[in-house]
Design a protein around this ligand. Structure first.
Ligand SMILES: Nc1ncnc2c1ncn2[C@@H]1O[C@H](COP(=O)(O)OP(=O)(O)OP(=O)(O)O)[C@@H](O)[C@H]1O
Length: 237
């Protein structure tokens, strides 16, 4: 059973028709230059944007999955978390349990995982960008969803929290969940199981990172040259 299937989805002027399927337990990166269609594809996969075609989660057509059930099955981390209202950090992470009857299960663990305990009662609209991103990741963790759609989840994070985000994604996929994340850090992208490379709305490649990020593609798609060399490596202790 595929975790996610997209058949012939498209958005005029933004994304050309494309099809792909992901297995359960895969950590998948969406890479490509600005405007290449990563957020558009992720939004279609998450059921937040109509891309026509046929979208399936766990073999079921998305159109037949009720909204509350979608909230149990999938977690969404937006590219930019903006909050109009001053809900507390704890309340926003707790929203991840809405589809589970607001049972608060796993909320304390999710807050701890992203070092949010000291901020738990702070209104979310009075946080830094990286702190808000950590709240979004903690909310996604609290959902205990099978499918995770994360739009540039690491972009605003400091190095330690970025590594913690990647570690969490690997743990989730180790438990059979599927994580799809867009990212610009191509070094981090090398740690993922598979990459989907987009360019100007087209699907260029979907494969293991080393097969996708070849010197030719880095040059043709991103306009950069690949050079191997020694450099500092940062990792969690
Ligand atoms: N709401 C919208 N209405 C119309 N066009 C849009 C809209 N949002 C994005 N686009 C366009 O669709 C294309 C793909 O945008 P998308 O946000 O999916 O790119 P992206 O790969 O996520 O980019 P980035 O790396 O900058 O986040 C771009 O040409 C963009 O200008």
């Amino acid at each position: 059973m595929k975790a996610l299937e997209l058949n012939n989805v498209a958005v005029a002027g933004r994304l050309e028709p494309m099809s792909l399927a992901l297995e359960p337990g895969q950590l998948v990166g969406l890479v490509g230059p600005n405007g290449s269609g990563k957020s558009t594809l992720l939004s279609i996969a998450a059921g937040l944007l109509d891309g026509g075609g046929d979208v399936r989660w766990g073999g079921k057509p998305l159109a037949g999955i009720p909204m509350v059930e979608r909230g149990r099955l999938a977690a969404w981390v937006p590219q930019e978390a903006r909050f109009e209202f001053g809900f507390s950090v704890r309340e926003v992470v707790g929203q991840g349990r809405f589809a589970h009857g607001d049972d608060d299960e796993g909320v304390a663990e999710a807050l701890a995982r992203f070092d949010l305990e000291a901020l738990a009662e702070r209104p979310v609209n009075r946080l830094s960008g990286g702190e808000r991103q950590r709240v979004m990741l903690a909310r996604a963790l609290a959902t205990d969803a099978r499918l995770h759609f994360w739009d540039e989840p690491l972009a605003a994070l400091d190095v330690r929290h970025g590594l913690a985000g990647l570690k969490l994604a690997a743990e989730l996929t180790g438990r059979g969940k599927t994580v799809v994340m867009s990212l610009h850090d191509l070094r981090a992208a090398h740690c993922l199981d598979r990459l989907i490379l987009l360019d100007r709305g087209k699907l260029v490649a979907i494969d293991r990172p080393e097969a996708v990020l070849t010197a030719e593609r880095l040059s043709a798609v991103f306009g950069v040259r690949l050079r191997h060399g020694e450099g500092p490596i940062l990792e969690l202790p």
